[in-house]
Design a protein around this ligand. Structure first.
Ligand SMILES: C[S@@+](CC[C@H](N)C(=O)[O-])C[C@H]1O[C@@H](n2cnc3c(N)ncnc32)[C@H](O)[C@@H]1O
Length: 379
């Protein structure tokens, strides 16, 4: 019996691979991925392609590059089930939109929908910041929806909280899902019952480090260096406290009242705050280790984003931290990908059955059954 085609996906802004891994673990084959940042692309290659998905073709290029368009055109409409990854949120910012109006930059949103038009996937999914729909009084959202409609897709947006899917972190994100105008909408995953593990349950097993120290067996578990007076200052900040709770005020904070989380210490028995691109730098938010007097390491931040314990990130610490903070937490992405996998498999089974029925009705009773093996989609 001929083998069933597995469900395939393409990741257009793949970063270090959080969302690709989530879809891979849910059963999708990632046929192609695009990432313009060389460090993120190197991480993706080393950690995702080499270890999980050697058949994935990675383009370390801008998605507007002609080589990417040519590669995508080779698939033909309808061959890819899902396009994952979407234009980065900065692309919707007022400054970028103004620059584009003045003709200085091609819109990634336009390029994105051009690709959707080429591939005609059954679904596209991308993650963005929760205020995407209300930013600029809804102007960006309306323009993205209009672009989707022009290509025959309608979009819905769902705000998901990472902690509802087993991620040890408070993180709210908007998932935008597009389906062809006449297709069934995609359902969202059910929340998991119970509380996710706490910060210390997630990172407490890692070797303790002083500022500037690294773990010999794990290059990702290296603490940033802090000057001695900063280390002394960090010591004075209690769990749950921040710069205002330290026993002295750093000169950079004199006269300030906002930025409450800056130089904040994480509470070990609670969930982590949102892991951002500044996650290893205490001056960028609540990123001091619960008990040690230093910022989080890349490994700690990556575990709080539910990356596997051996995921490697390339580049310097700033670049690695950005890749971690940019990622979709793997467990959250996996919940969504599993839900999508079930729905797409079921609708393909339905299509196969109706094709079978049509054939049975149109041809002689001896006509053999349709070739796909629906059982192979079962999870
Ligand atoms: C939010 S991150 C993706 C994170 C990824 N989904 C994950 O889960 O790890 C967006 C990525 O898009 C990449 N990017 C931005 N503009 C791009 C472009 N024009 N072409 C290709 N990649 C781009 C950035 O370098 C960044 O790594």
């Amino acid at each position: 019996m001929p083998r069933a085609r597995s469900l395939t996906a393409i990741d257009l802004f793949c970063g270090a691979g959080g969302l690709s891994l989530a879809f891979h673990l849910a059963g999708f084959r990632i046929a192609l991925a695009v990432e313009k940042d060389p460090d993120a692309a190197a991480s993706y290659k080393r950690s995702f392609v080499s270890r999980y998905s050697p058949s994935t073709k990675l383009y370390a290029e801008d998605i507007c590059h002609s080589s990417v368009t040519e590669a995508l055109e080779s698939f033909g409409p309808g061959q890819i089930d899902v396009v994952i990854g979407g234009p980065p949120c900065q692309d919707f910012s007022p400054a970028r939109l103004k620059a584009r109006r003045q003709g200085r930059r091609t819109s990634l949103v336009q390029q994105y929908f051009k690709i959707i038009g080429i591939l005609k996937p059954r679904v596209f999914v991308f993650e963005n910041v929760p205020n995407l729909q209300i930013a600029a009084r809804g102007k960006y959202w309306r323009s993205i929806k209009a672009a989707a409609l022009r290509h025959g897709y309608r979009m819905t947006a769902h705000e998901l909280c990472a902690e509802d899917y087993g991620v040890p972190q408070h993180r709210r994100r908007l998932f935008v899902v597009g389906v062809p105008k006449d297709a069934e909408p995609v359902g969202m995953p059910r929340r998991r019952s119970g509380t996710p593990p706490s910060v210390m349950e997630t990172i407490g097993h890692l070797p303790a480090l002083a500022a500037g120290e690294g773990c010999p067996s794990d290059p990702m578990h290296r603490a940033r260096s802090h000057r001695p007076h900063i280390v002394e200052y960090l010591r004075t900040i209690p769990e749950g406290g921040a710069w205002r709770d330290g026993t002295r005020v750093l000169s950079c904070h004199e006269g300030h009242s906002g930025h409450y989380d800056v130089y904040g210490r994480i509470v070990g028995k609670c969930l982590a705050p949102t892991i951002t691109g500044g996650c290893t730098n205490p001056s960028k938010g609540r990123f001091i280790h619960p008990m040690q007097h230093r910022g989080l390491t890349v490994r700690e931040a990556a575990l709080l984003q539910t990356f596997p314990a051996d995921w490697e990130f390339c580049g310097g610490i700033e670049s690695q931290s950005l890749q971690v903070g940019n990622a979709v937490p793997v467990r959250l992405g996996q919940a969504l990908a599993k839900r999508l996998f079930r729905q797409l498999s079921a609708s393909r089974r339905q299509l196969t059955h109706s094709l079978e029925r049509t054939r049975e009705q149109s041809f002689a009773p001896t006509t053999p059954p349709a070739s796909e093996d629906p059982g192979s989609y079962a999870q």
